[in-house]
Design a protein around this ligand. Structure first.
Ligand code: ADP
Ligand code: SF4
Length: 684
């Protein structure tokens, strides 16, 4: 189909200094977790986005010197000439599809505490960066840079830019955002210097000017120079001569770079989850940039709607539509818009599992796109699956794993039937997407159902609870059981191991809430699952007007959500709704009127009034149907257990397992296999 003329503006070329991008889709620098140590994985991941139509593809943070070492977080390096070769793979993969390649030259200063290189971290004035924040905690404190250090920093950027050009990059970034070193110079809280680089806003901005000049000189103007800068904090600070310090800084820099890439200050707000932030949320902070500079401006906002993208350009907020998460969830997003296939976009759900992968130090994982990070390792393509079979498959269960399995099997050419016992497809997502703020998670189901409904080789059967006999009678070549997991009422001991069951009336799990059970307040929510569910359920109950006390074995609410950038805002939500927070406690007893807690380390007991107890702890998978089919004399020859039924986890795990199972279903399988056993035989 032709491009909708409304979206033509997104496909207009634009000059970025000496370079020209073919369209307005700009994959801004973002972490991939891939590092120089996995250059093929990285090149295939970035190259896929170029194949999918992104006009510019950038690296993540690329350190210019070993005094900026972010380990154990993954990062790239251009420390010496030996690093060039690894990057060349990426730039070649990007150029092969007519896109420009950008490199995010980076020095972390006090943020990068150099756990591997053991260099003393650098800083303008010896102030540590967010020293009590988990990601930045360290016993190392930064040293104060002297004038030679500043000269060195500029030289390292110059040298790295020379190497970057040799590696084939077209756009070289100077990075003054997210707490990294040039940004630390900008903020008066971190910069107490009395030399030319401290004091007035102009002095605090001087380092950025010097870095831009050095990077430009390095390639003699052949390559473009981009400035990535955080504006949130500065925009809130008054200035004597401008509307804010942010306005003053941009005015000083307005002619310096070839491109402004503007963003928020910390990951929690820059890549905020959809739970708390809508598409385009940066606009109130960055909307003034184009009123000051004539240089092109790129920014992000989890843009997946082409109408919103066009609006950003037409209203003069941005010239280029930056994408990090939307480009991970759908590397083909630009091409789909260009081909008039907006319905096929696999929209990012804003869950931030991708960001958790970086925090975990592993290649990027995505809930919506199970092939992300697996383009080279497993040879998976996000859109193309080899048509290699005309077999018949039966998928039992229409949750995220069942639907992903069905979609991938159907793309392989199989005739696929999906049986779902409920009247609606969606499984766990039907309930979870109704929890406060999680509405966009329904995209996991909407995308897959939308695709499946277009395919002639797929039949979807709702209200079809299958028993062993139904399955054997159906007689499919392949049977995939994806029937999900259930929450249990198992409690947890002070040793953090699940054990024991609560006794008493009105004890619930999230499944009861999903089934519409009416919960009486006050409610005690006991969470040792530690991901989103406990906090989201507590919020839902509080929004229903119930008094809620939240108890957890961890040191914070929804402790693991520190990995997905949700936790600060979960704490804000608890405060807003008056949810009581009891960390480092276990539930010792419950009698229907009172819950008794025990402090995990002292054993000291306290009581709270509670008519109901909601346990958010352990889920169990498994499937009696699968076990019966394994045992049945006339059971299917090719049988798989996948998704949460195989191993309960996040939606990302369910989708990934479903995808992997579908890729591995082979016409010649002769005995039933669990997905895990199959996986271990097939690991590269
Ligand atoms: P996953 O995350 O692994 O996809 P879900 O719990 O989201 O798991 O989905 C499992 C789905 O399987 C649910 O929608 C459930 O109604 C369905 N289901 C469970 N047992 C059967 C069965 N015997 N026949 C058909 N559907 C079933
Ligand atoms: Fe979007 Fe979630 Fe995928 Fe990240 S993991 S790109 S937030 S869908």
């Amino acid at each position: 189909m032709p491009t909708n003329p409304r979206y033509d503006i997104l496909f207009q070329p634009l000059k970025i200094g000496p370079k020209t991008t073919k369209n307005r889709f700009f994959q801004v620098p973002h972490a991939s977790g891939m590092t120089n140590a996995a250059p093929n994985i990285r090149a295939a991941f970035r190259g896929m986005k170029a194949e999918g139509g992104w006009g510019v593809i950038c690296t993540g943070a690329c350190s210019v010197d070993d005094s900026s070492d972010d380990s154990p977080f993954p990062f790239a390096t251009l420390w010496d000439n030996a690093d060039i070769r690894a990057h060349r793979l990426t730039t070649d993969a990007v150029h092969a599809h007519g896109a420009l390649a950008g490199v995010e030259l980076w020095h972390g200063g006090a943020v990068a505490v150099n756990r591997t290189s053991r260099m003393a971290p650098l800083s303008p004035s010896g102030v540590p960066w967010m020293a009590t924040h988990v990601g930045f905690m360290s016993s190392a404190r930064p040293r104060v840079m002297d004038s030679q250090d500043i000269k060195n920093l500029i030289q390292w950027h110059r040298d790295a830019a020379i190497r970057a050009e040799e590696a084939g990059f077209d756009i070289h970034y100077v990075y003054a955002g997210m707490g990294y070193l040039p940004y630390q110079f900008l903020l008066s809280d971190y910069n107490h210097r009395t030399d030319d680089y401290g004091g007035s806003v102009a002095n605090r901005t001087r380092l950025i000017v010097d870095l831009i000049d050095a990077v430009r000189e390095a390639t003699h103007g052949r390559n473009a120079v981009a400035l990535r800068i955080s504006m949130q904090e500065l925009r809130g600070r008054p200035s004597d001569i401008a509307l804010s310090e942010a306005h003053e800084v941009i005015d000083l820099l307005k002619d310096a770079p070839d491109l402004f890439d503007v963003k928020m200050d910390t990951s929690a707000y820059d890549c905020s989850p959809s739970r708390f932030t809508a598409e385009g949320s940066h606009e109130p902070v960055i909307n003034f940039i184009k009123t000051i500079t004539d240089k092109p401006v790129v920014g992000v906002g989890r843009f997946t709607s082409p109408d919103t993208m066009v609006g950003q350009i037409k209203r003069g907020v941005l010239d280029l539509i930056g994408g990090a998460r939307p480009s991970i969830a759908d590397p083909y997003l630009p091409l789909k818009i260009q081909q008039g296939r907006e319905d096929d976009i696999r929209e990012c759900i804003g869950c931030n599992i991708c960001i958790s992968s970086w925090h975990d130090g592993v290649p990027v994982r995505c809930t919506q796109n199970p092939t992300a990070g697996e383009e080279w390792r497993r040879g998976w393509h996000p859109e193309i699956v080899t048509r290699d079979s005309a077999d018949q498959a039966l998928v039992i269960g229409g949750g995220p794993s069942g639907l992903e399995t069905a979609l991938t099997l159907a793309r392989r050419g199989m005739t696929v039937a999906v049986a779902e016992s409920k009247s609606d497809f969606g499984g766990r997502v039907l309930f979870e997407s109704r929890l406060p703020g999680l509405g966009q998670w329904a995209r996991v189901i909407d995308y897959r159902l939308g695709q499946l409904r277009k395919m002639a080789n797929v039949s979807l059967y709702a209200e079809s609870e299958l028993k062993t006999g139904d399955v054997t009678e159906f007689g499919a070549d392949h049977v995939i059981v994806a029937t999900g997991a259930t929450w249990t009422q198992t409690l947890c001991g002070a040793n953090e191991l699940p054990g024991g069951f609560a006794q008493g009336p009105r004890i619930y799990t999230p499944d009861d809430l999903a089934h519409g059970e009416k919960i009486e307040g006050p409610v005690a929510v006991f969470d040792y699952d530690a991901y989103y569910m406990g906090g989201a359920v507590a919020e839902a109950l509080a929004r229903d007007g119930l008094e809620v006390q939240y108890i957890t074995t961890a040191g914070a609410a929804s402790a693991w959500t520190i990995m997905t950038n949700e936790q600060p805002q979960i704490h804000e939500t608890f405060a807003k709704h008056g949810i009581g927070l009891h960390t480092l406690h276990v539930v010792d007893a419950f009698d229907g009127e009172t819950v008794t807690l025990a402090q995990m380390y002292s054993g000291q007991k306290t009581t709270l009034a509670a008519r109901s107890l909601m346990v958010v702890g352990m889920r169990v998978g498994g499937s009696a149907l699968f076990d019966c089919l394994v045992a049945a004399e006339d059971g299917p020859k090719s049988l798989f257990l996948t998704g949460d039924a195989n191993a309960p986890g996040a939606i990302a795990h369910a989708v990934y397992q479903g995808h992997k199972t579908a890729r591995e279903v082979a016409a010649q399988v002769t005995k039933p296999r669990r997905d895990a056993a199959f996986a271990s035989e097939n690991m590269e």
